[in-house]
Design a binder for this molecule. Structure first.
Ligand code: OXD
Ligand code: MN
Length: 580
């Protein structure tokens, strides 16, 4: 028996399904699954002409987002999970969580879902195998990964795969656990069918488990989009960007260049996860381990993301969208609401509250994206010129600034703060520290993660430049000052000019901020005061952040690399020096 067959055989004995199906990823298999889901109400077919090949899934109303408080790292030592993760001792997981799988698939079908993260045949791709009792998960994994026979072929007789055990259980949040074993490289998830909890290739494998692998093997698994920027004349740069969930990564990855006619083109390689490694040339190279997009629907519209809107016009699974009675999906930000609408739970919408769930999602193949780069499946990946960190800050952070060097860039990433969104359950709109946008996704002690970042810089002779952006600054009336979306190209162009050693910048205590003349403001209609607000660094506001950052850093004790403590002290001194 192959190692994967042995594992499935053992799990069958616990799960006791009525049937076992090894998924091959074929069209025919998908059609069978979809028929079954249409019949039992898991899926609803959408409008044949206006949403061809599209389906709507309505999740259980208590299962609509990632549940960070029910997500655990089960390392042998608590300290290895670190202060930012929930820790569960492996023996406790065996006693508390594993019994929830006992007989969990009685009366159900057990699907074995082999999948590859990364381009097929790439030396950097990795195999996972998910066992699940959710056909919605199977259909979604088929879109989000390279799933089925090709993955089993890539695995062969090797024991080198990440096993992921998933059952819907009874969907009760009281019996919901998402547990990661970074030492055994294994995942257990029970009680949720929601993407980030249940599509185990995504956050669980490609970030939390892969992060631990990457630390041991000298590469990085990051919560980053990857985009391609072509300049007039054909010069091409690749940019990776880390933003917290629901902060516009997908829109930025699919940005439509307003300067296309002048030769500035933007193409997409990934919208959520990047696996990065040093190349023989001393640069950092990236692949997108995913094969599809699991994006946030609200805010996907003709102005914010026209490519995304075109992409999801067919062959898409919609989750928790609103819908017209004749089956056209709708969400806030798509266009004006139609006269009649059913909300995300299928109830007639009375116009009060949100019709689509704020974390409603689309699941679609990357190959449907009109702006997909011809290199998105390059087995070697693409070389990264610049890394962006970005948060959602109504105040404080300027539109853009550049770090002074890699180590300073790590400090900038490590001290990122952002207002929370609906992508995870909990309060929305409160500022939390979200280093490198990895707070919910770092599968080991974040102090060690910072050290790993610092070490990676030392292994790169030509590291990317590191920037911080904030598209979300608001004025006194609470309106966004920066127009965002396609206009973000102007900021990307400043960065690339910096990379080439050309654009002007001013030293400030937090890093290098563009001089006013270095950004192209033409046609934006922003007055001097607004431009000034976008580029200003308020020393008092930054000084007020320092104690918060220090308190955050203090949580890591000895695991915090000295370099970051020193950088914080230097920032504090700089802020007071200038203020005097
Ligand atoms: C996601 C998330 O789904 O970050 O990508 O929550
Ligand atoms: Mn994400």
């Amino acid at each position: 028996m192959k190692p994967v067959e042995q594992w499935v055989f053992e799990m069958e004995r616990t799960l006791r399904p009525d049937r076992v199906v090894w998924c091959d990823g074929s069209e025919a298999e998908n059609a069978r699954l979809v028929e079954g889901m249409l019949a039992d109400g898991t899926l609803h077919r959408l409008h044949a002409q206006q949403a061809p090949g599209c389906y709507l899934h309505r999740s259980h109303p208590s299962d609509v987002a990632r549940t960070e408080h029910l997500t655990f790292i089960a390392s042998r030592n608590r300290a290895d999970a670190g202060p930012t993760n929930n820790w569960m001792a492996p023996h406790e997981a065996r006693e508390r969580v594993f019994p929830l799988f006992d007989g969990a698939m009685k009366g159900r079908t057990l699907y074995v879902v082999p999948y590859v993260m990364g381009p097929l045949g790439s030396p950097f791709s990795k195999v996972g195998v998910e066992i699940t009792d959710s056909p919605y998960v199977v259909a979604s994994m088929r879109v989000m990964t390279r799933m089925g026979r090709s993955a089993l072929d890539q695995l062969g007789t090797s024991p080198d795969f990440v096993p992921g055990l998933h059952s819907l259980g009874d969907l009760s949040p009281d019996r919901r656990f998402i547990v990661h074993f970074p030492e055994e490289r294994a995942i257990w998830s029970v009680g949720s069918g929601y993407g980030g909890n249940a599509l185990l290739g995504k956050k669980c494998f490609a970030l939390r488990i892969a992060g631990a692998l990457a630390r041991d093997q000298g590469w990085m698994a990051e919560h980053m989009l990857i985009l391609e920027l072509e300049l007039p004349g054909g010069e091409v740069h690749y940019v990776a960007g880390a933003f917290p969930s629901a902060c516009g990564k997908t829109n930025l990855a699919m940005l439509v260049s307003p300067l296309e006619a002048q030769g500035y083109k933007v193409r997409t390689l990934g919208d959520d996860i990047a696996w990065l490694r040093p190349g023989a040339d001393g640069r950092l190279w990236a692949v997108n381990p995913e094969a599809g997009f699991f994006g946030v629907l609200p805010g996907t519209g003709p102005r914010t993301n026209p490519s995304g809107l075109a992409m999801i016009s067919s062959d898409t699974i919609f989750t928790n969208a609103a819908v017209t009675p004749d089956g056209v999906p709708w969400w806030e930000g798509k266009h004006d609401p139609p006269a009649e609408l059913l909300d995300w739970q299928g109830r007639p919408w009375d116009g009060a509250g949100k019709a689509a769930h704020p974390n409603s999602r689309f699941t679609v193949s990357a190959s449907r994206c009109p702006s997909i780069s011809p290199r998105w499946q390059d087995p070697q990946g693409v070389p990264i010129s610049a890394i962006l960190f970005g948060g959602r800050r109504a105040r404080l952070a300027p539109l853009v600034f550049e770090s002074r060097d890699w180590e300073h860039g790590v400090f900038v990433g490590a001290t990122m703060g952002s207002e929370t969104t609906a992508a995870a359950t909990g309060q929305v709109g409160v500022v939390r520290r979200d280093p490198m946008a990895m707070l919910p996704f770092c599968g080991y002690n974040m102090g060690d993660y910072f050290a790993h970042w610092l070490g990676m810089g030392r292994s790169l002779s030509r590291p990317p430049a590191i920037f911080h952006v904030n598209w979300f600054r608001t004025d006194a009336r609470g309106r966004f000052v920066w127009p965002g979306f396609g206009e973000n190209l102007r900021v990307l162009l400043w960065m690339i000019e910096r990379v080439k050693g050309r654009a002007a910048a001013e030293e400030t205590p937090i890093g290098l901020v563009p001089t006013e003349g270095a950004i192209n403001w033409d046609g934006l209609g922003l007055g001097a005061a607004e431009r000034q607000m976008l580029l200003s660094v308020d020393r008092g506001e930054w000084a007020a952040e320092v104690p918060e950052i220090r308190a955050f850093f203090d949580r890591f004790g000895e695991r915090l690399p000295d370099a970051l403590g020193l950088r914080l002290r230097a920032l504090e001194q700089d802020l007071t020096k200038v203020a005097v």
